[in-house]
Design a protein around this ligand. Structure first.
Ligand SMILES: Cc1cc2nc3c(=O)[nH]c(=O)nc-3n(C[C@H](O)[C@H](O)[C@H](O)COP(=O)(O)OP(=O)(O)OC[C@H]3O[C@@H](n4cnc5c(N)ncnc54)[C@H](O)[C@@H]3O)c2cc1C
Length: 379
């Protein structure tokens, strides 16, 4: 067992960390789409939009573990957790299914544009009545000659308002559950594609999300991912990537949060001494450190198992659960340590909490991860 990073991995981390620190703060930028694209292009110039895509399609050709380190660096160096989240949704739920299951024509056509930052992708599986119960999709898939016709409404599409292409899942037979699902690439400019207005979220405010309506939208058979009926497998594989590498962003955020909390505990004085000299405060920081490192190790192991071709869904679920729940618990602790300052927008700590909350919901809720682990324990 070797816990050391290679020189290349460390150099990548430091390069992205340094560049991320120079990305402009999103606070003043809000949800301005032009500025969102500008920040996206900067991150893409660092290689973040195609980290794990094979280099022949313009990606970085990195494995999951190296990608974790890069995503971690971006979220540690930049205050903008949303950018890391949006890039990861694009890369792991969209680019990777295309790279792993798309036809050669589709890969060569779309991946270079997705990796360069010219195009943004969005994943659309969730529906109003199909959240955790993902195999109860109602979006209809009908084969017609060498085309498929898609009809249905998707909700909570991260990047939706700015996306150029969508990875969409639908069913050709709702009664067949996961066996009926198929996944497609749908370009935004196809007739029948309607993108809703941005959802007014209180979390990840710098990432736009929307509904997506497909109204008899025709896509060529070449846009199918994998074979008809393989959509569930395509989606679950993409979730293996996303549940692991996207959450490395939260590890980066927790590093940043701990650093700031320790700094505050050392400099804020009450009763004539730094507040960190009180065990009630210093032990909270010690617990934050242990929670972070435990989650980090689970995450790295899950990423390693993907790279080794030994991906085990219990490892991925445990890592996702540990990182996301650490993010919520430690974000609350960081606010408490900062006292009234922690409740101000200016300090940015309440934003870390708001950005942490969806971590326990997206990519499968905490309850669904526990269900999976419990089933694997034979319960
Ligand atoms: C910020 C954000 C970004 C998102 N981005 C995307 C995206 O890009 N693409 C996309 O397709 N979707 C996206 N989603 C949707 C996300 O995947 C769903 O919200 C998630 O799958 C949960 O579904 P739901 O919200 O309908 O909750 P529900 O499934 O209704 O669950 C509600 C509660 O019930 C619990 N629950 C449900 N079933 C069970 C069970 N069997 N056992 C125990 N507990 C259960 C859940 O764990 C949860 O606590 C996003 C959501 C958010 C908040």
């Amino acid at each position: 067992m070797d816990f050391a990073w290679s020189e290349e991995q460390q150099a990548l981390y430091e390069r992205i960390l340094e560049a991320a620190g120079r990305l402009r703060s999103p606070e003043a930028q809000g949800l301005d789409h032009a500025r969102f694209r500008e920040r996206w292009r900067h991150a893409a110039d660092l290689g973040m939009a195609g980290l794990t895509v094979p280099d022949r399609y313009g990606g970085g050709g990195h494995g999951a573990l190296t990608a974790c380190r890069a995503v971690e660096a971006l979220a540690r160096g930049s205050e903008d957790m949303g950018l890391s989240f949006a890039l990861s949704a694009h890369l792991f739920a969209c680019c990777m299914p295309i790279a792993e299951h798309g036809s050669e024509a589709l890969r060569s056509d779309v991946l270079p544009r997705l990796c360069s930052g010219e195009w943004i992708a969005a994943n659309a599986i969730t529906e109003e009545e199909a959240g955790s119960d993902i195999y109860s999709l109602r979006t209809e898939v009908r084969a017609e000659g060498d085309e498929y016709v898609l009809s249905g409404t998707k909700s909570w599409v991260t990047n939706g308002p700015v996306a150029d292409i969508f990875v969409v899942y639908g069913t050709s037979n709702p009664a067949a559950g996961f066996l009926g699902l198929s996944g497609f690439v749908v370009e935004r400019d196809r007739p029948g594609v309607h993108v809703g207005p941005p959802i007014e979220k209180a979390v990840l405010e710098n990432v736009p999300a929307s509904t997506l309506v497909l109204d008899g939208c025709r896509v060529p058979a070449a846009n199918l991912l994998g074979a008809p009926g393989q959509g569930a497998a395509v989606f679950q594989r993409s979730m293996g990537w996303e549940r692991t590498v996207l959450f490395a962003g939260y590890v980066g955020m927790l590093d940043r949060q701990l650093e700031r909390s320790v700094g505050h505990a050392r400099t804020r004085r009450q009763f004539g001494r730094p507040i960190g000299k009180n065990q009630a405060v210093s032990h909270v920081l010690a617990d934050m450190k242990v929670r972070l490192e435990a989650a980090r190790l689970l995450l790295y192991r899950a990423a390693w198992s993907i790279d080794e071709g030994r991906e085990d869904d219990i490892d991925v679920a445990a890592a996702k659960l540990a990182v996301s729940e650490a993010a919520v618990v430690s974000s609350l602790a960081a606010i408490q340590i900062h006292g009234s300052l922690g409740t101000t927008r200016e300090a940015g700590l309440e934003r870390m909490l708001r950005d942490a909350v969806p971590a326990t919901i997206v990519s499968g809720t905490s309850e669904m991860q526990r269900e999976l682990i419990a089933r694997r324990l034979g319960l």
